[in-house]
Design a protein around this ligand. Sequence first.
Ligand code: C2E
Ligand code: MG
Ligand code: MG
Ligand code: MG
Length: 286
Amino acid sequence: QAKDNGRNTYHLYNKAVHRDLAKKLELVKQLRYAVENEELVVYYQPKVELLSHRIVGMEALVRWIQEDGTVVGPDKFIPIAEDTGLIIPLSEFVLKEACKQLHHWHKLGFDDLTMAINISGKQLHLPHLVDDIMNTVHAAQVPADRIELELTEQVFIENIQSHTHFMHAIRENGISLAIDDFGVGYSSLSYLKNFPVTSLKIDRSFINDLPDNEDDAVIVQTIINLAKNLNIQLVAEGIETADQVDFLMSRECGIGQGYLFSRPLSAENITELLENYHGLIPIQIA
Ligand code: C2E
Ligand code: MG
Ligand code: MG
Ligand code: MG
């Protein structure tokens, strides 16, 4: 009896694993097709200087537009891309596209705009990554000091020598370097000393419950002080309310990003936004 049950359970388990695997393989196949056939598009989300209400830059955020028009967010496919190596052509596409777009906006007269691009730790083992990035930046005719690469805190914590080398080389070429999702789950900040970091992005989980949550208020205040003392630019992610802006402004957090200002939008919609924006928060298109 017990034996039978065991066999049944195994059988069901096996079937479920098989189904998951088949689903995953199908997704990998679709993603490969998407990367090769330009079903990927880059959306952009503004970064706003809180004090002046100026839009100072954009972050490039990839989207997958499926055949039927469904927009799939990166959390659904970046991990798969990382596991399968598709992250490499995907990232090349995003960098190239974002640089071209930045050049276009500079030509339209928004010539101070910066562009932040997310880099996966999985890319960092590529031997010619710095050269490849610089070639793309130069080909698009954008100044290197208008480009920023965002790496998640995890990449910094791992402290692998090739990573450190990459970061220094990137900085020597004039590109800025941000720690993304800063503050999630790490106790030691000593690693900050070892890297040529130019900006910190406070993870939105700390911003969410501001100003009421006292723990978050203390943590954010501490990160603000840290950034000030290290002379690093600070960006607050995930700002959704005016109260959050007030809190951050009163504590001299320089820059913010979040749905309150604008969701990530297509290049065309961002162009419209830039042309119609007159320093009003929240940003209204047209
Ligand atoms: P991230 O780099 O931390 O990007 C910020 C994420 O927060 C974006 O999600 C953005 O849409 C979302 N967000 C911004 N403001 C708000 C807000 O006010 N409220 C809330 N709830 N969310 C907000 P998205 O676009 O889904 O991207 C998720 C993550 O996927 C990114 O996190 C980044 O780690 C990764 N990613 C996106 N594009 C790329 C890419 O081209 N390459 C790589 N390697 N990773 C990417
Ligand atoms: Mg980012
Ligand atoms: Mg982030
Ligand atoms: Mg994130």
